[in-house]
Design a protein around this ligand. Structure first.
Ligand code: IMP
Ligand code: MG
Length: 188
């Protein structure tokens, strides 16, 4: 992927977050979590699919054993804007009651998905629940940012791909995060 010829892919715009900045950001989030959870064993919950790359790096940035689990949700309806009502496509394997859960999200956009998933997990009686999001939009209408304990970077209101984030399931495997250009193209 380092040798990718970007001129072949006009849909990939400029780098908004480089892989070096991603690395530093994830290391620093890992250190903060490690400091806060010295006497607790966290369960990292990945919201698929977008958070899978971030969580893989985050888990390895924490210098003690953590457990991981995965859930997948999708917004109801085909609208591109989040409806705020999400359906569980894949539920957790773990029973989270009395566990110290960290919900790991790729990006908080409107915040509706995060709020919904957080309420759903809270109803299962975890010992504690915090949210760790790699990205948040500059303008987040629905989120009280104090509820977002671990936050990586703030980005502008552009659609982005890479490092787990997709457009139509594509380009999750980019090492950095790039602006997505809408181009007239036939599907590859
Ligand atoms: P929200 O409910 O509006 O906060 O939507 C959050 C979800 O939308 C994220 O978990 C992502 O999967 C997706 N999303 C939001 N913005 C982007 C983006 O710029 N690129 C890729 N996915 C995005
Ligand atoms: Mg997505």
């Amino acid at each position: 992927m380092d040798d990718i010829d970007y001129s072949q892919f006009p849909e990939l715009g400029e780098v908004l977050v480089s892989k070096d900045v991603l690395h530093q950001t994830v290391q620093s989030l890992g250190r903060r979590i490690a400091n806060d959870y010295t006497d607790r064993r966290p369960l990292l919950v990945c919201v698929l699919k977008g958070a899978f790359v971030f969580m893989a790096d985050l888990a390895r940035a924490i210098p003690f054993s953590v457990e991981v689990d995965f859930m997948a949700v999708s917004s109801y309806g085909a609208s591109t804007t989040s409806s705020g009502v999400v359906r569980i496509v894949k539920d957790l394997d773990a029973d989270i009651s009395n566990r110290h859960v960290i919900l790991v999200e790729d990006i908080v956009d409107s915040g509706l998905t995060m709020n919904y998933v957080r309420d759903l997990l809270l109803a299962r009686g975890p010992a504690s629940l915090e949210v760790c999001a790699l990205l948040v939009r500059e303008t987040v209408p629905h989120v009280d940012l104090t509820s977002l304990r671990y936050l990586g970077l703030t980005i502008p209101d552009d659609w982005v791909v890479g490092y787990g984030l997709d457009t139509d399931q594509r380009w999750r495997n980019l090492r950095d995060i790039r602006r997505w250009n809408v181009v007239d193209e036939t599907p590859r």
